[in-house]
Design a protein around this ligand. Sequence first.
Ligand code: SF4
Length: 328
Amino acid sequence: MKKLTISEKCIKCGECAVMTDLIRELPDGTVEPAVSVLTSEQAKSLEDVIKNCPVGAIVLNESNTGKFKSKKELLDYAQNKLGGYKFSEPQYERFNRSEFPIEIPYSRSGYDYKNSDKAEREGLREFNRIMYSQRDTIANDVIQRYASSKMRKFCVYEKENGNYYYDNYKAIETILQELAAAAIEFSNGKVKLPEDFTKFDIEPMWGRRGDSFDRSIYISELKEMGRYGGQVTGEMLDYVEKLDWYQTFVNWDDREIYTGKKYITMYNYNLREVCETLAEHILDGISSSIDCNLKDLINRCLSDTLKPAREALARKVSEFEKALGGTL
Ligand code: SF4
């Protein structure tokens, strides 16, 4: 058995994918093995394709597996690799606040106030109106942006590298191809596996509690994370102070204004600093909440969401055992 790889030398000319079904071209122009582990016959069919590659990027190496002395050894191997397949640990990104800025509303009054206390009080009232009273909405907007960009790979099944399901399914397909090639070599081509044996394209179980929602977008709990209802809003508020606390961040300025008869001192307010302070507090809460809860939340979701994939793996083991049992 041979292992097929495409090296980094590949210049994406696409020639090989035209010449054989064993290599496929992805939408971004890169090519990858459609079958990673080849039987001797498949490897032989690639000879011309390998010669034709202008940069020698198509590599065939001896596969480490495939030398099975008995049917039991092969079946044990299949059971171990498929039955014992461990889905990869989900890699989630810590919350990086610079990627999710909160828009700071512009608010600076005119020089309309006779003293600084009045300017400060009016500034605080305006701060409450334009931002403080909106803090839940602002936080939820950040959470939704985070969820739709960083959680997408766990929430949506997309056939592209980096998607949690696709990456795992590709790894499983490699094992299936390896087993299919091993069975063919071991049985001298006699084994008859189902035609789709090496395919693994199982839709995750999204609506695990029978919820009615858009199956194509979010799995249930991660969708809830978009709203981040109870959990995060509560924790987020721990970092947000009472309204009066922010008064010291309401800035004011004075100016001499000529009334037509004399100069008087008038005051304005500027809410830039107080709005930025609140934004930091909201982001502190979100950051802490995500770092504390997200890993558990994702693991909990995936343990159920991957149920059909695990069932499909068990079926593959049975199919493999049946095909081998019926042939040898
Ligand atoms: S023929 Fe070679 S260089 Fe061209 S796409 Fe295939 S592997 Fe890459």
